[in-house]
Design a protein around this ligand. Sequence first.
Ligand code: ADP
Ligand code: MG
Length: 314
Amino acid sequence: MSDIAVEAVELTRTFGSRKALDGVSFSVGKQEIFTLLGPNGGGKSTLFRILSTLLRPTGGGARVFGLDVVEQAHDVRARIGVVFQSPSLDKKLTVSENLRYQGYLFGLQGRPLRARIDELLNRFRLTDRAGDIVGELSGGLARRVEVAKGMLHKPALLLLDEPSTGLDPGARRDLWQQLDDCRSADGVTVLMTTHIMEEAEGSDRMILIDHGRLVAMGTAAELKSEISGEVILIEAPDSQLLYNEIAARYEVAGTVKDSTIRLERPEAHKLAGRLAVDYGDRIQSVTISKPTLEDVFLDKTGHSLWSEPEEEQT
Ligand code: ADP
Ligand code: MG
């Protein structure tokens, strides 16, 4: 048996002249927690829709447990749980009613369905909320119900589109714990999209996508180790001018965004010290930090995860 849960090969999707996905290839191992990290408009939801059989690729292909997402869509659907970005719960029904109807949809009923619902309510710490109307739950609780619903029929692969958008850090950590519990209890493989780097940080492996292209793939540690040393951030009002001078004088390369200059250096402390002495009157602050996934993204694409690529495309 293959150890691969998801395999995408040269996956491409165009909308008119716009390439939402442009030749993306990657694979996800069974029982991995895998993240697609990218900015708004990067192509995450397009990839999510193709893998959940809701959208056809215009080029390349993808397989889920060896099954083609186009040719064998029906068989793929039986093996996946899908959690959409916009809530798919019935707000007028209670938590347990939402789960029960999901069960009926998958042909579950009676005692096995009740047992599975109890198991999930317990795992997602929703037992005392079972009778609550979904519309009255907090965002974090409603998201848990959403994920529980996606796990109801014991899918082998759970696909989630930006599951923690709008959640506070505490609720996000809870969700992570629950996904990990689902993996331990049901052996599920998890593939989720996010634009939040802290979220990708916790996954086993990830791909970074930008403008429909895969820009990096690996574990967080692997990706960060590609950055040469530490990162120096310099805040300065005349950032562009100052950067030009620094780049010429110390033969370093970096990027400038608004009032922030960013440099990567193996011996960051030495350079930072010299900068403070040489340009102290023009610099507001100098900080040195370990590279983050944001730095990896910036390094690969030249722009930050937070920039709005929509503007460039139109
Ligand atoms: P993300 O989920 O990463 O924000 P999407 O996959 O939603 O990105 O979108 C990627 C690109 O494809 C964007 O430029 C978006 O405007 C475009 N796009 C997505 N869906 C459609 C569609 N149905 N019709 C036209 N353009 C689309
Ligand atoms: Mg999206």
